[in-house]
Design a protein around this ligand. Structure first.
Ligand code: PXL
Length: 270
């Protein structure tokens, strides 16, 4: 396969390889995009939980972005874990040097095991400043609740919360429905003009570590290659569902998903 696009990923490292920047690089690569990175934090974790988080200093995050894009301009940007307001401010500053408006924010807040990955002050700043600067935001239900103050128990609540995010300045929102107590999973795409509900079969498994990171990067990759945003969301959801269905059952806790589900090894390498 030829490389179809270049993307920049601003996110944290997950030593277990299932989430964070490791999931992002695997996803981008398996979907045909060249991945560049700026690492925001280094986490020590396995499928049972997070042991520690070491933040990278904000200026070094800024430098990773600036020095990289000065040489190779990305076609799109995906933003994941941003743990402090200093980091958010530096990322906002660095976005000014990036020519594309295709910026996708996964508002990472807690890891699967419950470890908090962002400060309360940073959440406020994300809502006040960063939300307006990105093209799509992909919160799950707990994240949408924190960002809007809306308690979400239904599809209608999800749409109500999405509209609150539009009022706060967001352009496009994909609220992920995995946390809702429903038979099917409903992911809802909302902007000022339309509402689209993507329905998926709920897959019963504990092995969903990294689904949020993977989805936002899959969307970024499809979008960077020229698909429209709604189609990119549809294809991203499809990729994550296949990755969950074929998960490799690694680890003793919440295991990773199968990023390779889109790949056939060329027969030269068999
Ligand atoms: O899935 C959210 C997430 C994002 N970024 C990093 C993580 C996790 C969850 O574990 O470790 C670095």
């Amino acid at each position: 396969m030829k490389i179809k696009s270049k993307i920049l990923i601003i996110a944290g490292s997950d030593s277990s390889g299932g989430a964070g920047i490791q999931a992002d690089i695997k996803t981008a690569t398996c979907l045909g995009s060249f991945a560049m990175t700026a690492i925001t934090a280094v986490t020590v974790q396995n499928t049972k939980g997070v042991k520690s988080v070491v933040p990278i200093v904000p200026n070094e995050i800024y430098n990773q972005i600036i020095y990289t894009v000065k040489d190779i301009q990305p076609d799109a940007v995906k933003i994941g874990m941003l743990h402090s307001s200093q980091v958010i401010n530096k990322v906002i500053l660095s976005l000014k040097k990036i020519k594309t408006k295709k910026i996708i924010l996964d508002p990472v807040m807690v890891a699967k095991g419950g470890a908090k990955l962002i400060s309360d002050e940073a959440i406020k700043l994300m809502k006040k400043k960063l939300l307006k600067k990105v093209f799509l935001i992909t919160p799950n239900i707990p994240e949408a609740e924190i960002l809007t103050g809306v308690k979400i128990n239904s599809k209608e609540d999800m749409i109500f919360a999405a509209n609150k995010l539009i009022e706060a300045g967001a352009a496009n929102i994909l609220i992920k429905g995995g946390h809702l107590n429903s038979k099917k999973v409903h992911d809802i795409y909302v902007n000022k003009r339309e509402i689209k509900i993507f329905n998926s079969k709920r897959i019963k498994t504990l092995n969903t570590h990294g689904t949020g990171c993977t989805l936002s990067t899959a969307i970024t990759s499809f979008f960077s290659c020229g698909k429209d945003l709604k189609k990119s969301c549809e294809l991203g959801i499809k990729y994550v569902n296949s990755a969950i269905l074929t998960n490799p059952k690694f680890g003793k806790g919440n295991g990773p998903i199968n990023h390779l589900n889109s790949i056939e090894l060329n027969r030269n390498y068999k």
